[in-house]
Design a protein around this ligand. Structure first.
Ligand SMILES: [Zn+2]
Length: 167
C-alpha cells in the first residue's frame, strides 16, 4: 500500500466510536458489524482515488433508505480493492473506468445520519464478506493528501510541505 493517498483532501477523525471498523450497528430488524470506516464529510465533498486503478463494480445502491439513496463504487487498486460508499450517483465513475491516483471519482452523498465517505478495504479482489480493517491503511494513506485546485483535481505528491501544512 506504499504510495497510496487519502481519499479526501483532509483527515476527519475516523476513530470516533461508532464510525470505526466492526462498530456494532443495530436496527429494529437486525444487528451487524460495520464493514468499513466512516470519514465524516460535508455533502458534495469530492472523493479521490487512493491509487491508480479500475472500477470493477458500481455505482450500485448502498443506502437506499435515504432520498435520494446513496451509492457505492468498487475500485481495484492493484493488490488492494476499495469500496467507496455513501456517494452520489451523479458524477460517480462507473464499472470499466480507469482512474488515476488523486482523480475525483465521486462526491459524498446526503444521508440521514450525517454525511460521510464509507470506506471498505479488500486484500486482492472484491469479495463480499471478505472486508478487512481499513484503519491501518488509512493511517498510511493520510500521510499523502490529494489536492483539488482550479485546474481540477490532481495529486500533488511532489509538494513536500503540503501534508504538514494541512495536519
Ligand atoms: Zn459506514
Amino acid at each position: 500500500m506504499a504510495g497510496f493517498s487519502f481519499p479526501l483532501t483532509f483527515v476527519p477523525n475516523y476513530t470516533v466510536v461508532g464510525r470505526g471498523y466492526h462498530a456494532l450497528r443495530k436496527s429494529k430488524k437486525e444487528t451487524h458489524l460495520h464493514k468499513g470506516v466512516d470519514l465524516m464529510a460535508e455533502v458534495g465533498t469530492p472523493v479521490f482515488a487512493v491509487a491508480d486503478g479500475i472500477v470493477v463494480d458500481g455505482p450500485f445502491l448502498f443506502a437506499w433508505q435515504y432520498n435520494p439513496p446513496s451509492h457505492a463504487i468498487v475500485v481495484k487498486h492493484g493488490p488492494v480493492t476499495v469500496l467507496y460508499g455513501e456517494i452520489q450517483l451523479e458524477g460517480a465513475k462507473v464499472t470499466g473506468d480507469s482512474v488515476l491516483q488523486g482523480e475525483k471519482i465521486a462526491a459524498v452523498a446526503r444521508t440521514g445520519t450525517g454525511s460521510m465517505l464509507h470506506i471498505q478495504v479488500y486484500k486482492g479482489r472484491y469479495v463480499k464478506g471478505k472486508e478487512i480493517d481499513p484503519t491501518p491503511y488509512l493511517n498510511v494513506w493520510r500521510t499523502n493528501l490529494p489536492k483539488e485546485d482550479d485546474a481540477g483535481p490532481r495529486f500533488e505528491r511532489d509538494r513536500p510541505d503540503y501534508t504538514s501544512a494541512r495536519r
